[in-house]
Ligand binder design. Structure first.
Ligand code: GDP
Ligand code: CA
Length: 316
């Protein structure tokens, strides 16, 4: 039996989580606990969005749009057209009709007084997900990008500007006073393995690690902490994580991201780091930092490929 905790962002986190579910089910192991980034969350047109939670939820439920890469399969945009006509929401940000159903349900439950953890638990009951989803925190700590011209919500910077405005820093206002969601610290302390998904290290994994108490829990857990590189051959596979990495002074290289997380033996987080075959030459640099380096194919082309990556990470 292997008790597994995963730290994950949205789309990359979802592909990885599908592999975690498949690998653990083959082993007959208990369901993993997935701690999801909520830094991407935002209020828009009166409803609360949780892009990373929903990406993972929809993917595990088999309800995600695999062609577009986000949102619900077979969605329509009638309500969105009305919102645009009213000048509500953001003209560059599409809210699908089915997706809005999720947002309305979530917002209603929040207004009823449920915590974010309780809301995520309710969202997890409709379809059999095969993992336990936990938000990183119950607090609202939306990620802001610091630009030369001021601050902007991460989603506006990412979606409207396609990360083209040079970021000076990323902030999660209020996170110093936030606490991990109930169950997060216990799951980490009780795990055999903690996996860092190949999610964006800055704006997906970064906010999770910034919740006070989570980094310490990772440092103290008897579990092995294993990260998987989201960079293959010096490129982010998808998205604009390279811009985020540059803003915090980290090169877009798998060994540089490993160094950013750091070795547990040297005050960091990682016991082991899984690099792509394309980056095999970087393995010695990772090992030199006191992090065990494991080389494997890292393209999450389908659930079997993701499950193979998870198997590699679990046995690292
Ligand atoms: P987001 O929240 O939707 O942006 O998604 P995540 O932060 O969870 O994941 C985005 C990261 O996943 C990107 O930095 C990609 O480099 C990484 N990624 C996406 N597809 C793959 C893949 O097939 N293999 C690996 N190793 N990383 C991937
Ligand atoms: Ca995200």
């Amino acid at each position: 039996m292997t008790s597994v905790v995963v730290l994950a962002g949205g789309v990359g986190g979802a592909k990885f989580t599908l592999g975690v579910r498949a690998a653990l089910s083959r082993r007959g192991a208990p369901e993993a606990t997935v701690v999801v980034n909520t830094g991407d969350d935002l209020w828009l047109a009166g409803v609360r969005l949780q892009p990373d939670v929903d990406s993972i939820l929809y993917a595990l439920a088999g309800q995600n749009d695999t062609v577009r890469g986000w949102g619900r399969a077979g969605d329509t945009e009638r309500v969105n057209a009305e919102l645009q006509a009213w000048g509500a929401g953001w003209p560059w940000f599409t809210l699908g009709d089915l997706d809005l159903g999720t947002h309305l349900a979530r917002t209603g439950w929040l207004r009823d007084g449920l915590t974010v953890t309780q809301v995520v638990q309710r969202l997890s009951q409709r379809w059999p997900l095969g993992v336990r989803l936990l938000p990183m925190t119950d607090a609202e700590v939306d990620t802001r990008v610091v630009l030369a011209q001021g601050r902007m919500h991460f989603q506006e910077w990412w979606t409207r500007h396609r990360a083209a405005l040079p970021p000076l820093a990323f902030e999660n206002p209020g996170i110093e006073a936030a606490t991990p969601a109930p169950g997060v610290l216990e799951a980490i302390a009780g795990a055999d393995v903690v996996l860092l998904a190949p999610s964006n290290p800055v704006v997906s994994i970064g906010p999770i690690l910034a919740v006070p108490g989570i980094r310490a829990a990772l440092r103290e857990t008897p579990a092995r902490v294993v990260g998987v590189a989201g960079i293959i051959g010096g490129h982010v596979v998808r998205g604009m994580a390279d811009v985020c990495l540059a803003a915090i002074g980290v090169d877009t290289r798998a060994d540089a991201v490993a160094a950013h997380y750091g070795a547990r033996t040297a005050g960091g987080l990682l016991d082991a780091w899984v690099l792509a075959e394309e980056d095999a030459a970087l393995a010695p640099a990772v090992e030199a930092r006191g992090i065990r380096a494991v080389v494997a194919p890292l393209w999450m082309t389908d659930v079997n490929a993701s499950a193979a990556i998870v198997e590699t990470a679990l046995s690292a």
